[in-house]
Design a protein around this ligand. Structure first.
Ligand SMILES: [Zn+2]
Length: 231
């Protein structure tokens, strides 16, 4: 039993400083090509190197505006990570398939895992369809032969299961950042214990974790005390 590491790549430039944050948002809203004077996905490359140096594999979910450039793809390949879709426009099966196809043709590999962008409440960016409707995604995913959907609920006690169409569904995650977790009930020691008995998803947003001492310390404690693996 293990921790499944889910990395939602929301931000093209990270949030290290204000300018990066603004450009991340503009790139997402306007479908801008990567602006080369800013270090596109540099924060993510730093983090993949960090994982690769520790021989830890994770699932990386990309949006249309955070598609990995060649350097990132090479690092992901080197570390044997899995690439998936971070679904943004979930308005219909067609918009879903369109995003799957974009990731497929960009990475030149099959895409069998996906996660959904947003909390279900707020609209993040122009192309974001904010409703969270996992039953639809499970049906659409199985139509396209996908294998795993990682859901957005915040109660980490909810177990995973296989749907009738044989999709593996984790309805919930243990969110490392505090905004989406009851930290009084579920601290990292809880996660460490729980992962001994079952597979459990740890969700992180690298731009919030890599430059935050508290979260990075907690992440290090988790990787030192659990098995992190691909399933
Ligand atoms: Zn997201």
């Amino acid at each position: 039993m293990a921790v499944i590491l889910r990395i939602d790549v929301d931000s093209p430039y990270g949030k290290k400083n204000f300018i990066n944050h603004i450009f991340s948002r503009l790139t997402s809203d306007l479908n801008l090509p990567p602006i080369l004077i800013f270090p596109y996905l540099e924060y993510l490359n730093d983090f993949i190197n960090y994982l690769n140096n520790r021989d830890i594999q994770g699932y990386f979910f990309f949006r249309k505006c955070t598609l990995p450039a060649i350097e990132t793809l090479n690092l992901l390949k080197k570390g044997k990570h899995i690439i998936g879709l971070h679904l943004e426009n979930s308005r219909s099966f067609e918009t879903f398939k369109n995003e799957v196809d974009i990731i497929k043709s960009h990475t030149k590999s099959k895409v069998e895992v996906f996660s959904k962008h947003g909390s279900g409440k707020y609209k993040y960016g122009l192309h974001h369809y904010s409703l969270y409707e996992p039953e639809k995604y499970l049906e659409w995913g199985s139509k396209l032969g996908m294998k795993i959907f990682l859901g957005n609920l915040e109660d980490p006690t909810i177990p995973f299961y296989y749907t009738n169409n044989n999709m593996l569904f984790f309805p919930t995650a243990f969110w490392l950042e505090y905004s989406w977790r009851n930290i009084m009930l579920f601290d990292i020691n809880w996660l460490i214990q729980e992962s001994k008995n079952r597979n459990i998803v740890l969700l992180i947003h690298v731009e919030n974790v890599l430059y935050n001492k508290l979260f990075l310390n907690e992440f290090e404690t988790i990787i030192q005390n659990t098995k992190i693996r691909i399933i």
